[in-house]
Design a protein around this ligand. Structure first.
Ligand code: PEP
Ligand code: MG
Length: 578
């Protein structure tokens, strides 16, 4: 087959060449065909075979689970087997095949959706949760029928390039960098959490390839260029040679940056800033320190929640936070309270689907509404603060009232801990993310009350420019160099400094080397990013002179389009060896 080039959005740098494995997030939502009357017997036989195969698979899983995770979790899998043996579940599918001439797949899909909706409407929470078992058993049956393997991403043990229509953040966090060389998806924007996590994991990725991905077969060779945003299917020998050369050059550039891990982030004229990492786990913290992180500017605690099958209790959370704090020694760790919602789902929280999830019931809004959940997390964070230098940060604050209520709950929790004689840092700083435009506009008022700001450009850009960060079709509008964003950043930094408050940035802009001179000139105190970007950003800062950056800022503030600003920054960076 001839070589094909597919373009998308490069969200995590690096080039990899390898064999494809395909992953379908869910085998539902497909179009299924009908059959003719002559095909009924054969279709029922296919269904029966698929059912038997699933029962065998489940029995093996139960055996494994009893040895590894214990009888209780094995019971969850047992529930799937009960559905397959239920006197109405599969027989109803057979009825649809013989009476309505549905294909086996269509019959499974129909019955599963019907049974799921019955469970979802039940008043008892335990029964509502059974809907997920029905979905899983349906996926298993469909996988057996269609031959599309229901891969468990975390269990892949061969070096592959993963191709998927879409990956949820919960899928991405399971990827093992040792085996998943790179991934390519059809959906997603450059600051979707799938994109962010690929960067954190250091897995090259190209997302948002609108057409052509479906033609790629498992086992075919592809080149993924996460730097250039290209995926090349069935590359010719000459193409492979060119990309092998580029890979060698990238490796050389990487090792040239190694020394920056242990260097300060300081301009030629002696202006120093902090460079921190955005992480989700203790393993990320170790890697971040290795890369030269001087602190954690953002601990996305969602990762702790996403790695559990039910709400993690206080002890579980405390252990994770304390471990991270201990890895960081006396370096600061900003722990952000739960920021679930938007593109990050927690299936066990059972949050109803919304039309506009990024504008809806998410982050601090959910935490203030579900106070016991919030209190449990705050107790765990405060207890971990006894082991190092912890700060608490609230996500998605949109008005002062919200901040005051959240801060009030921190004070209540501190009081509880005092009564119990549990140790915590009495002086702990509490700050907010600036990611909603209303906060950036009212930064002056907020700066009087909070201890610090951290600017979340990923959301600030989407809300200010009204550009969904997940939508690849409008990705061209999503630009942190839009003059409206620069103006908001200037307002936030000036407001914070007028009150003597610290202002960092943990959105993707902080890890963009081209933004560095601008952010230095604006006066940002801390740059926090995926650990993989740290050495490059430190290197960039070391090539800069604050005086020159300040005159660059004056020019930029006169510009009216993102395109002009980008070009200006590109030429400034290249003049300064970046
Ligand atoms: C941001 O919005 O910039 C941010 C850092 O938070 P998240 O990407 O997790 O929404
Ligand atoms: Mg955000």
């Amino acid at each position: 087959m001839a070589e094909i080039r597919l373009s998308g959005i490069g969200v995590s740098e690096g080039i990899r060449i390898g064999k494809v494995i395909r992953y379908t997030h869910s085998v539902h939502n497909q179009q299924f065909n009908d059959i003719s009357e002559a095909g009924v017997a054969q279709e029922i036989e296919r269904l029966t075979e698929a059912k038997e195969k699933c029962i065998q698979e489940i029995e093996q899983l139960i055996e494994q689970a009893q040895q590894t995770v214990g009888a209780e979790k094995a019971g969850v899998i047992q529930a799937q087997k009960s559905f397959l043996l239920d006197p109405t579940f599969c027989p109803e599918m057979e009825k649809l095949i013989s009476k309505k001439l549905f294909s086996a797949e269509k019959a499974v899909d129909q019955v599963v959706k019907k049974v799921m909706s019955i469970f979802e409407k039940m008043p008892n929470e335990y029964m509502r949760e059974r809907a997920a078992d029905v979905r899983d058993v349906g996926n298993r049956l469909l996988a057996a029928l269609t031959g599309v393997k229901g891969i468990n991403l975390g269990e892949i043990r061969e070096e592959v390039i993963l191709i998927a229509d879409d990956l949820a953040p919960t899928d991405t966090v399971q990827l093992n960098k040792k085996y998943i060389q790179a991934f390519v998806t059809q959906k997603g924007g450059k600051t979707s959490h799938t994109a962010i996590f690929s960067k954190t994991l250091g897995i090259p990725a190209v997302i948002g390839i609108s057409a052509g991905l479906e033609q790629i077969q498992a086992g075919e060779t592809v080149i993924v260029d996460g730097t250039g945003g290209v995926c090349i299917v069935n590359p010719e020998e000459e193409t492979i040679r060119i990309y092998l050369e580029r890979m060698a050059k990238e490796a050389k550039d990487e090792s040239a940056l190694e020394a920056y891990a242990s260097q300060k982030a300081i301009t030629k004229d002696g202006y120093q800033v902090e460079v921190g990492a955005n992480i989700g786990t203790a393993a990320d913290a170790l890697y971040a320190v290795e890369q030269g992180a001087e602190g954690i500017g953002l601990l996305r605690t969602e990762l702790v929640y996403m790695s559990e099958a039910s709400l993690p209790d206080e002890e579980r959370q405390f252990t994770v936070y304390r471990d991270i704090v201990q890895v960081m020694g006396n370096k600061p760790v900003i722990i952000r309270t739960l920021d679930i919602g938007g593109d990050k789902e927690l299936s066990y929280l059972k949050i109803p689907k919304e039309m506009n999830p990024f504008l809806g019931y998410r982050a601090i809004r959910l935490c203030l509404d579900q106070k016991p959940l919030f209190v449990t997390q705050l107790r765990a964070i405060l207890r971990a603060s006894a082991y190092g230098k912890v700060k608490i940060m609230f996500p998605m604050i949109s008005c002062l009232e919200e901040w005051r209520i959240a801060k009030g709950i921190v004070e209540e929790v501190k009081e509880q801990l005092r009564t119990e004689s549990s140790s915590f840092d009495e002086e702990i700083e509490v700050g907010i993310m600036v990611e909603v435009p209303s906060v950036a506009i009212l930064a002056k008022q907020f700066a009087k009350e909070v201890d610090f700001f951290s600017i979340g450009t990923n959301d600030l850009v989407q809300y200010t420019l009204a550009v969904d960060r997940m939508n690849e079709k409008i990705d061209y509008l999503y630009d942190h160099f839009n003059p409206a964003i620069i103006s908001l950043l200037q307002n936030v930094v000036n407001a914070a400094h007028a009150e003597g408050k610290f202002v960092g940035m943990c959105g993707g802009m902080a890890g963009d080397p081209k933004a560095v001179p601008l952010l230095l000139a604006l006066g940002l105190d801390e740059f926090s990013m995926s650990a993989t970007a740290i050495r490059k950003v430190k290197h960039t800062i070391n090539q800069m002179e604050l005086g020159k950056c300040r005159s660059l800022l004056e020019d930029v503030l006169q510009m009216n389009t993102a395109q002009d600003i980008r070009l200006k920054l590109e030429s400034f960076c290249s003049e300064n060896g970046i």
